[in-house]
Design a protein. Structure first.
Length: 288
């Protein structure tokens, strides 16, 4: 099933969330209904985690991940600011109050200054504590730090920006456990923005040629369809996020677009319990 929603007044829900078969990340702040929509659909199956990355809410464009791992940009925080706990909380309170005034409630929904301090300075630790133990969380020292725009992946294959560092490519293969291919989508180097795919299917930029569709489908070993989200938007991954049994799309997504999404990703026949049982079985087998 595919669900339509929006983040505050934005339909670019893929900018503010990241969904895999093992976890879901949701940006802090915003309306509580955004988080609640994910939680109601996923909480019985996988953890739904509120977070920021690099102090920002555009988490879907900054990270890349699958059931095996999560890659984060070098801007992801994991350090103390010095001083004792009182100094830390005092500093975070000042930052929190400044942010509330400056950004007109950008960080509304945060519980208190200590909560904000934890997110601001301990994002890496927070994610490692919140995600399943089998998920490897790794920070990447990559010049192209918007990893979500530069990497598209499922649990087996990753397509990447043609200019990623060789070390980053090796880390993608190791942490995510995937084959890596440097590719473009309809001539666009930001492959993470212009396609979205799971282990069941994929949606790509509407101007992708038949030849490119065939080539990409062969690489990914899943059926692909050229299409749009949010009433004609070509930036597929900004307007939706998907895993093997459910998808979330911007509220502007039309009924026709929704039907295509449910069809190509095989969501009507998906059963999350069966998928999770298979994941658990493979995890148990790896320890035996």
């Amino acid at each position: 099933m595919a669900t339509r929603l929006q983040f505050e007044n934005s339909c670019e829900i893929g900018v503010f969330s990241k969904l895999t078969n093992a976890y879901c990340l949701v940006a802090i702040g915003g309306s509580e209904s955004f988080y609640s929509t994910f939680e109601s659909e996923l909480a019985d199956v996988i953890p739904v985690v509120k977070t920021s990355i690099g102090g920002t809410r555009i988490i879907g464009r900054l990270c890349a991940g699958n059931k095996n791992g999560l890659l984060l940009p070098h801007t992801t925080t994991d350090q103390d600011i010095g001083g004792d706990e009182h100094d830390c909380l005092k500093c975070s309170l000042n930052i929190y109050n400044f942010a509330k005034v400056t950004f007109d409630g950008l960080f509304s929904g945060l519980m208190d200054s200590s909560f904000y301090y934890f997110f601001l300075f301990k994002e890496l630790q927070h994610l490692r504590n919140s995600l399943p133990d089998q998920v490897v969380v790794q920070r990447v020292d990559e010049r192209l730090s918007a990893l979500g725009n530069c990497i598209a992946c499922n649990d087996y294959v990753a397509l990447t920006h043609t200019d990623l560092d060789r070390e980053t490519e090796e880390m993608i293969a190791d942490v995510l456990g995937v084959e890596v291919f440097r590719q473009t989508i309809a001539g666009n180097i930001l492959v993470g923005s212009y396609c979205a795919f799971s282990n069941k299917g994929g949606l790509v930029h509407p101007h992708t040629s038949i030849e490119d569709l065939d080539e990409l489908s062969t690489l990914l070993q899943v059926p692909l369809v050229a299409g749009t989200v949010n009433r004609g938007s070509e930036v597929i991954a900004a307007g939706m996020t998907v895993n093997d049994w459910t998808a979330f799309c911007g509220s502007d997504t039309t009924a026709t677009e929704l039907s295509v999404i449910e069809s190509v990703f095989k969501l009507r026949e998906a059963q999350p319990s069966a998928i999770v049982d298979e994941m658990r079985k493979s995890l148990i087998d790896s320890y035996v």
